[in-house]
Design a binder for this molecule. Structure first.
Ligand code: GDP
Ligand code: IMO
Ligand code: MG
Length: 423
């Protein structure tokens, strides 16, 4: 079997969590490959709403295995809270969740360094979730990181002391004083390591490759979105991991020739949380309507998400980078009562019109829009694609024609059941 990959094609929050949950019955294993608790993946079913941060979105299907891959960064305290909350709901995640020994750990000092660096950036701040993501990946790349396997290493405390000293020297040098009580924070962090040790710690690269050899179906779950990728996103307003399909190879230890379908999740409009360029952003009543009707407030930080029209220039770029083979369109239902819906088909930059996504995205970019008549009908009630309004089907057909990629699933609401899988 080949590894299928599911990821976001915009700036995150496309509805990845919901779609992974819907697809899990078709897979044996769901494996997260990058990011950490900066992610917030929302799942809704049986009147229940749940947001996952580090744990893969297949966890509610108890007969399916879930893996936190080596590319993920784990905050033990947030992980512990996620586990406790699942246990309160009657689930026993120790049975269907394994953790890579090579995943890196977020220390409280990483979070303080994150806050310190953001503060120093002033107006240029990234709008980070302040979960310590950037500093943890920085330590990983600089070969100073602290991994899950270190928790059980005999020299655990020595390793911890080295990294702690490095961090505290940096914080002191910059006169950064954490708001939290240091002793309490570290006591909680050390206690939370015990929760990680309740799980089977694995060499996830062997595990995943073995599953594939045994003809088991494995889905790699991405976090964030391609436009937040450290290489291909709107740098420096990006996250610190490889959010694109190639990240599934490095984040799980699967060779490129063992990958299969790449399922790209696309929201029917665009949102972005945090700073950075956003060519189709709306600052008017329509933007407000998208935010309100789409409940566009961050799943992790509660911040209002910036909203704008669907951007095909950016979408074609992210499809290319990821080798997307099929798309899932989410949240079109949010625009059910819109008279007019727009899609950006090109950028006008000075005298030039282009459909290429530029490296430098600045205020000179003017989106060129194509207008569509709204379908003015409730999509969420419908189960059969053929019965959906023609205006909506025309809108879908236009996106497919422009991108050359089929939209195989249409999500028409936050609930698991509000999903139309096209034949
Ligand atoms: P993720 O980070 O990509 O998993 O997305 P988030 O969970 O952060 O944000 C997506 C939000 O939209 C969540 O509140 C979902 O419950 C919700 N959602 C997902 N799909 C749909 C959909 O098709 N329609 C509507 N109205 N809401 C959706
Ligand atoms: P999911 O998986 C949306 C954004 C932050 C900030 C930038 C860097 O739920 O789609 P970081 O905390 O990584 O230093 O933040 O990236 N960001 C996200 N935006 N969805 C996410 O994840 C995000 N994870 C990070 O808002 O602009
Ligand atoms: Mg999210």
């Amino acid at each position: 079997m080949k590894l299928d990959i599911l990821l976001g094609l915009q700036w995150g929050d496309e509805g990845k969590g919901k779609v992974v949950d819907v697809l899990t019955p078709h897979y044996d294993v769901i494996a997260r490959f990058q990011g950490g608790p900066n992610a917030g993946h929302t799942l809704e079913f049986n009147g229940l709403k749940h947001v996952l941060h580090i744990i893969p979105s297949g966890i509610f299907h108890q007969d399916k295995m879930n893996i936190i891959g080596n590319g993920v960064v784990i905050d033990p305290v947030i992980f512990q809270k996620e586990i406790e909350s699942l246990e309160k709901m009657g689930f026993d995640p120790t049975k269907n969740l394994f953790i890579s020994k090579k995943a890196h750990l977020i220390l409280p000092t990483h979070k303080w360094i994150d806050a310190m660096l953001e503060e120093q950036k002033g107006e240029q701040k990234i709008g980070s979730t302040l979960k310590g993501i950037g500093p943890t990946y920085t330590d990983k790349i600089a070969r100073n990181g602290f991994r899950v396997c270190d928790i059980i290493a005999p020299d655990f405390l020595d390793k911890f002391a080295v990294i702690y000293k490095k961090h505290s020297d940096l914080l002191i040098k910059n006169s950064y004083k954490p708001q939290d009580d240091i002793t309490t924070v570290f006591t909680d962090w050390f206690n939370a390591l015990q929760t990680i040790l309740r799980f089977k710690l694995i060499d996830s690269e062997y595990e995943v490759n073995d599953y594939l050899k045994e003809e088991k179906k494995v889905l790699a779950e991405g976090a964030q979105g391609t436009l937040l990728d450290v290489d291909f996103g709107s740098y420096p307003f990006v996250t610190s991991s490889t959010t694109v399909a190639a990240g599934a190879c490095t984040g799980l230890g699967v060779a490129p020739n063992r990958t299969g379908c790449v399922i790209g999740i696309v929201k029917a409009y665009c949102t972005r949380v945090g700073s950075g360029p956003f060519p189709t952003e709306l600052f008017d009543e329509t933007g407000e309507q998208l935010r309100k009707q789409g409940h566009e407030f961050g799943s992790t930080t509660g911040r209002a998400r910036r909203c704008g029209w669907l951007d095909l220039v950016a979408l074609k770029y992210t499809i290319m980078i990821n080798g997307v083979t099929e798309m899932v369109l989410t949240k079109a239902d949010v625009m059910d009562n819109f008279d007019t819906i727009k899609i950006c088909t090109a950028y006008q930059i000075g005298e030039e019109t282009t459909d290429r996504f530029p490296t430098e995205i600045n205020a000179d970019i003017k989106p060129v829009y194509k207008e569509f008549k709204g379908w003015k009908q409730n999509l969420s009630e419908e189960k059969d694609y053929e019965n959906l309004p023609q205006a909506f089907k025309d809108y879908v057909a236009f996106i497919e024609k422009e991108t050359g990629i089929p939209i195989s699933i249409v999500s028409t609401g936050p609930d698991r059941s509000q999903t139309i899988i096209r034949a």
